[in-house]
Design a protein around this ligand. Sequence first.
Ligand code: NAP
Length: 278
Amino acid sequence: MSTEQPLAIPDFLYGTAWKEDRTPALTELALRMGFRGIDTANQRRHYFEAGVGQGLVAAYRAGVVARRDLFLQTKFTYQSGQDRRLPYDPAAALSVQVAQSMSSSLEHLGTDYVDCYVLHGPSSSYDWTDADVQAWEGMIKERDAGRTRHLGVSNVSLRHLEQMALAHSEAPAFVQNRCFARLGWDRDIRLFCRERKIIYQGFSLLTANAEVLHHPLVAGLAARASATPAQVVFRFSRAVGMLPMTGTSDAEHMKQDLASHDLALSPDAVQAIESLVG
Ligand SMILES: NC(=O)c1ccc[n+]([C@@H]2O[C@H](COP(=O)([O-])OP(=O)(O)OC[C@H]3O[C@@H](n4cnc5c(N)ncnc54)[C@H](OP(=O)(O)O)[C@@H]3O)[C@@H](O)[C@H]2O)c1
């Protein structure tokens, strides 16, 4: 693993969920279009991680990118979130499951390290449980062994994060959550993250927020900037400190999503969008 170079965190993550047989081609396309951050999971039910690896190989061979240019992120998913295609022995201790899942991910992705390893979700929707403590400690071991540079958690509440902070000396570097505008764009969690220098990754920014995309304020901002409402939402997300994710399967949308970076959005507009529906 090459730890000597500083980690460049891209300003957009390309999500690979729900792409099945199209995963290799769409991963390669996303890299060709300019994405440098890839999110996946060793959860065959929703992701085809080995297909992501095939897309990476194709991009490497074509000289589009090299491994060192990329931010590769994958996840450990509990058995309750999986179908029968498990990447570990379910009878093994959780820390062993974490290590087995990681070995399988590295094989799928054709690499000897990932940039971030994410706990896909806590074992309970309410508390940070003993199972989570074991899984997280296993993930720390993976990080210490050099198989991931960073650790993250996903699908967490503020209560989870507060309990996690009490249970462990090590905080996550990333939090990945579905971001609902009607919850102030996950305001409480974003604030928690900002105070602790944790990077907040937002997903479903478009699909969870149709009311924002159709709102006259956003439509007006988009029209004035000769952009689309989707681009305004992605630009907004960055302005409030998020690392946005997109799972588009469309080359034009890939281009637009990346180009949202350059959109002008005034502080007043950012504030107005932030309090639009929640
Ligand atoms: N941690 C978790 O539990 C979890 C859960 C869900 C997702 N994720 C991650 O997040 C990634 C993204 O998921 P998501 O829920 O945000 O997105 P998504 O479900 O992949 O869908 C994005 C939607 O937005 C549309 N879109 C994207 N760019 C657009 C644009 N510029 N204009 C118009 N429409 C646009 C896409 O349509 P087109 O395809 O037609 O562009 C698609 O319908 C996933 O692939 C996965 O990696 C993680």
